[in-house]
Design a binder for this molecule. Structure first.
Ligand code: PNS
Length: 174
């Protein structure tokens, strides 16, 4: 069989990076910045219907993430409702990108990607390994540290850390 040329029309030059981003961390940012070396553009897609209760509203997360990437014309930030694969299928030429930090992540991500593949085989998922300096970081860990009064300096942008401290501090004095 004749080998296909390395670049074909069917290549997907754009990535959709879905997640909850509650809040966006420096691990997410690092992944997006590295992915810009591979993809022409990246859409950060905030899931509307995630089961977990949120600290920041959808509008707040959209605003925060847009502010972080304000100088990056190749990045857009959107929200979506419903199934990820349906959202991706409506955006022709995109592939899903997810980050993997640990073997636990791998197991979860594998089942998510396989379920998505079952739902819509034409939607591909690719994985990027988290930079080791961020491999322990998660939004939920950051929320817990802040709610218990610890420092999360260097784990997320300063202005988001300040907003998170304010938000999680609300109600404590009541
Ligand atoms: O940052 P998270 O919480 O790990 O992101 C998970 C997310 C939002 C990517 C996942 O829950 C998702 O794709 N939600 C949209 C609904 C959907 O398609 N669920 C998967 C069917 S198996």
């Amino acid at each position: 069989m004749k080998a296909k040329s390395a670049r074909t029309k069917s290549m997907k030059p754009h990535a959709i990076y879905p997640g909850s981003f509650d809040p966006l961390t420096n691990g997410h940012i690092n992944l997006v910045e590295r992915a810009l070396n591979i993809f022409e553009s990246i859409t950060i897609a905030i899931a509307q219907n995630s089961r977990k209760p949120k600290v920041f509203s959808m509008d707040e997360r959209l605003q925060m993430i847009r502010k972080v990437f304000a100088d990056s014309p190749r990045i857009e930030v959107e929200s979506f409702e419903g199934l990820l694969v349906d959202y991706v299928a409506n955006k022709d030429g995109f592939t899903v990108m997810r980050g993997i930090r640990t073997t636990e992540d791998f197991e979860y991500e594998l089942s998510l990607a396989q379920a998505n593949r079952h739902l819509r085989p034409e939607v591909e998922t690719i994985f990027m390994m988290t930079d080791p300096q961020f491999s322990y970081l998660s939004s939920s860990m950051i929320r817990e540290i802040v709610s218990l009064g610890g420092s999360t300096k260097g784990m997320l942008p300063d202005f988001i850390e300040d907003l998170l401290k304010k938000r999680l501090g609300e109600g404590k004095s009541k």
